[in-house]
Design a protein around this ligand. Sequence first.
Ligand code: NAD
Length: 362
Amino acid sequence: MSIFSHPAYDNHEEVAFYHDAKSGLKAIIAVHNTNLGPALGGCRMWPYADDSEALNDVLRLSRGMTYKSAMAGLKLGGGKSVIIGDPRKEKTPELLRAMGDFLNTLGGRYITAEDSGTSVADMKIIAERSKFVSGVISGQEHGGDPSPSTAYGVFVGLKAAVAHRWGRTDLNGLKVSIQGVGNVGFRLGKLLKDAGAELFVTDIFQDNVDRAVNELGATAVSADEIFDLDVDLFAPCALGAILNDDTIGRLKVGAIAGASNNQLAEERHAQVLKDKGILYAPDYVINAGGIIDVYYQQLGLEKGEYDAEQVKAHIETIGTTMQEVFQRADESGETTAHVADRIAEERFGHKDALSNTDSAAA
Ligand code: NAD
């Protein structure tokens, strides 16, 4: 398996592999870029089919964190870690503590937090061994879980999309479909319902669907039907790669604004959406509420205070960033995804952005 010539390598600063025979831990940490600060990103535990699948995932996710944090105006770089294993069967306190030892080997260049397959409770166990852990703040209503902040950021960004697409500031009667009413999707649904939107939801877990129907008055639809609905806006809050050749052709919405990471199956799908007249809120811009929260939790651990109002105010900047992306895309004729990438690269000093700056100065 090649690392330096890997398609997702993209100039990563460091990729570290770790095996702890005693606990069975097999993990990878990828540090994409630390120009703006230490790399912060979640620790995913997943039963990857093989090492190369795990490597591909960690490299793609780590790069995404550089862009997300730069776009959110945080003094953070991008990194991510993966533990190879089934979180329901193979996660033990010994394995998590060994993950803490692994973190220590990077001396703070990478800080971890929750992700798919890991929880606040897991982070607390990792933190027994390592101080390079965030998302574990105590004494706060959310107990360290970034999901409420992610949902709030998506809500703010969604309103910016509605304002840009339809020139309105209220959400009364707006029809919104949500794919996945888990931690983020359900909370987003609550915010939307309270703002007067009409909801259509799907989830592979029936109890999640029932909760949305009973508590949010949502209409339940099947997992496949969600793409064919005659609604205004689609909020993907379940999986990646769901904006693809099959689904985009079926969508009747005017805008897409949701929490899922890596929503576009391929980069070219941003252009397919644009050609269809669908306004796309780039995923890593709109779903940055969680990393913003985790950043302040980390600062809080260092300085002894976490100011919930400051966190909320920072999350609300997602709205203005989104407006800037939409405006620049209108002016330049580029896709919103491309504009977002360029702004992020200007901020973290990507080699292409730097050479553009150099030639502009020359
Ligand atoms: P979650 O696991 O709590 O919720 C996801 C929900 O989607 C689950 O209820 C699951 O049953 C459902 N689902 C899975 N496949 C589905 C399908 N094919 N059709 C319909 N429903 C399906 O996860 P979450 O924390 O709510 O995160 C949702 C998305 O947002 C993920 O893509 C995640 O990577 C992204 N995200 C989350 C955060 C955060 O703070 N939690 C931050 C940034 C991005």
